[in-house]
Structures are given as structure tokens and as C-alpha cells.
Design a protein around this ligand. Structure first.
Ligand code: GLV
Length: 319
């Protein structure tokens, strides 16, 4: 009998095809997050589970699996998986690092330039018939060149964001659990700063940390207080890294001049107040949403599953 792989949502075919050649593959057929109680049933008899960040893989799910070898997350972030429980039950967990680095940094950079050059506002202005000719004082934005970007979380995506902003002439400071090596700092022309110093120095801040107990609400009322008045803020990591209520206050008070969000604290719920603000860009968690990247992610999860089911250690095993 062939081994069974369950996939909680349709993903690009390239990876699914790799799995179909070897295993029985079942996919949740609906275009919505899979209900938890159904997942609990489905996981019981499968050998591998391919899941999304919207699936909460908690101890209950893990404990109900009778022959599960691997939980392969279709994402780089894995805060949706109880890694300790997986370890306890001898189940491997993997993610998809690297392949989405550029796509996510592109989205972070896109939001930065959209905000600073008032692109959304300008588009609305034009569409609503208000363009009556060139105006020397119309829609003046802030130039990126010469401004300071603070990067919180200098992993792969933070570094790629640094490269893009360096190319636009920005000065770079970063905060990370540990400073990156000197060669990387030199390549990126970025200098390490304490979180407080970064908040004081930055004209724009971009968040690239994973979500864990150390980074939950890392950006909060207090940290907004420390920022310069008029800072731009970009978040493409996880919504829970920022206290969304505190962000709304900071936007209302003008402390934050504009925010670019791809993720939300209570995703997919978004604070009503944010919805009504014109200096906020709200994206539906599309950081990695390019055809190239999503196909590579699909192949990567498939290769992780195949390695685990062949008794090997997958390349992207979460330690
Ligand atoms: C998306 O948010 C991911 O972690 O890949």
C-alpha cells in the first residue's frame, strides 16, 4: 500500500506532481482554510502532512496522528506548529527557507516606496478626476535617498531588504538577536544598533523577525514612543510582532506617518480603524506570492516530504 500524503489546501502543481508519482495524495478540495476538526480526522492515517500557516498544528493534532513522519509547512515561518510537541512525538517538521527571500523583500520595499511617494493617494487623486494639471506643491512625498532605514530582524529577508534599500541610497541600521558577521555588515553597509538606538535613528522601519515568545509585541506602545515623529513602518513578518492597537494610536497621533502591512495581529481580521486610513497600505499576506516563488515552495515541501518518507533527513528540517 502506497504511503499517504495529505495537503490542507491546493498548492502549485509542480510539487504535488512530484508527490503524486510516489504516494497517494489527498488535498482538501475547498478554497478556504481547512477546518481544524476535519484536519484532526485526516491526520490520523496519513504518513505526511503538508500544511499552511493558517493551520494550527498543535499537540492535539500531532498526538492524534498514528503514523505521521513529517509536517511540511508551506512557509518559512513556522509559528503555527508546536515544534516541541512534534519533537516529543518523533515527528519531523520542515519549512521553506530561502526561496521566498527576494519575493518578500520586494513586497516590503514596494510598500516603502508606495508610502513615501504617496502612490496610492496619487492614484486615487487621479482616478477621482482631481488632476487639473501639473502643480508644484501637489502630493509631495519623502525621498528615500539619504534617509535611514532600521531593519528589525537581519536574517535572509532583512538582508535582502537591506540590499534593495542600499541601492536606493538609504543608510542602514539593524537590530538582531546577535549582530551578523562583519563581512555581511560591510556588504550591506549596515551597522548594528540596540533596539532603542534604532528607533531613535530611523526614518523608516521594516520588521523581518520570526514570531516567537521573544518577538511577540516587540513593537508596542513603548517602542512607538521611542520612534521619531513621522516614521514609516513596514511589516511583512507576522502580525503578532506588533501591537496593532498601539499602531492605530501611533498613526492617529502622527507618530507614524505611514504603515505598510502584509500581516495582521488577528489575521485575517484587520482593525476597522486601519481600514479607514489612507496613509496605510493593507496587503492580504502576499509577501511570497510570485509564480516563481510559490512553485519553488511547492517543490521544496515535496522534497522535504519525500526525504522524510524515504527515511532521510529533509534539507529543511526545523532544528
Ligand atoms: C509566509 O508568511 C511565510 O512564512 O512563508
Amino acid at each position: 500500500m502506497k504511503k499517504k500524503v495529505y495537503i490542507t489546501r491546493q498548492i502549485p502543481e509542480s510539487g504535488v506532481d512530484l508527490l503524486k508519482g510516489k504516494y497517494r495524495v489527498e488535498i482538501f478540495p475547498e478554497n478556504r482554510p481547512m477546518p481544524g476538526d476535519l484536519l484532526l480526522q485526516k491526520v490520523e492515517d496519513c504518513d505526511a502532512l503538508v500544511c499552511l500557516i493558517s493551520d494550527s498544528i498543535d499537540e492535539k493534532i500531532i498526538a492524534s496522528a498514528k503514523k505521521l513522519k513529517i509536517v511540511a509547512n508551506f512557509a518559512v515561518g513556522y509559528n503555527n506548529i508546536d515544534i516541541a510537541a512534534a519533537k516529543k512525538y518523533g515527528i519531523m517538521a520542515t519549512n521553506t527557507p530561502g526561496v521566498l527571500t527576494n519575493a518578500t523583500a520586494e513586497i516590503a520595499f514596494a510598500m516603502l516606496i508606495v508610502l513615501t511617494r504617496k502612490i496610492m493617494e496619487a492614484d486615487r487623486f487621479t482616478r477621482t478626476g482631481r488632476f487639473s494639471g501639473w502643480d508644484p506643491l501637489l502630493l509631495l512625498g519623502d525621498e528615500l535617498r539619504g534617509k535611514t532605514l532600521g531593519i528589525i530582524g537581519m536574517g535572509r529577508i532583512g538582508q535582502e531588504m537591506a540590499m534593495k534599500c542600499k541601492a536606493f541610497g538609504m543608510n542602514l541600521v539593524y537590530h538582531n538577536r546577535r549582530p551578523v558577521d562583519q563581512k555581511t555588515e560591510k556588504r550591506l553597509s549596515a551597522s548594528y544598533a540596540s533596539l532603542n538606538k534604532l528607533l531613535h535613528l530611523s526614518d523608516a522601519i521594516s520588521i523581518h523577525t520570526p514570531l516567537n515568545h521573544e518577538t511577540y509585541h516587540l513593537v508596542n506602545e513603548q517602542t512607538f514612543e521611542e520612534m521619531k515623529t513621522g516614521t514609516y513602518l513596514i511589516n511583512t513578518s507576522r502580525g503578532e510582532v506588533m501591537d496593532e492597537k498601539a499602531l492605530v494610536h501611533a498613526l492617529k497621533a502622527g507618530k507614524i506617518k505611514g504603515a505598510g502591512l502584509d500581516v495582521y495581529e488577528f489575521e485575517p481580521e484587520i482593525s476597522r480603524e486601519l481600514m479607514g486610513m489612507s496613509n496605510v497600505v493593507l496587503l492580504p499576506h502576499i509577501g511570497s506570492a510570485t509564480k516563481e516563488t510559490r512553485s519553488r515552495m511547492s517543490e521544496m515541501v515535496a522534497k522535504n516530504v519525500i526525504a522524510a518518507l524515504e527515511g532521510k533527513v529533509p534539507d529543511n528540517l526545523i532544528p
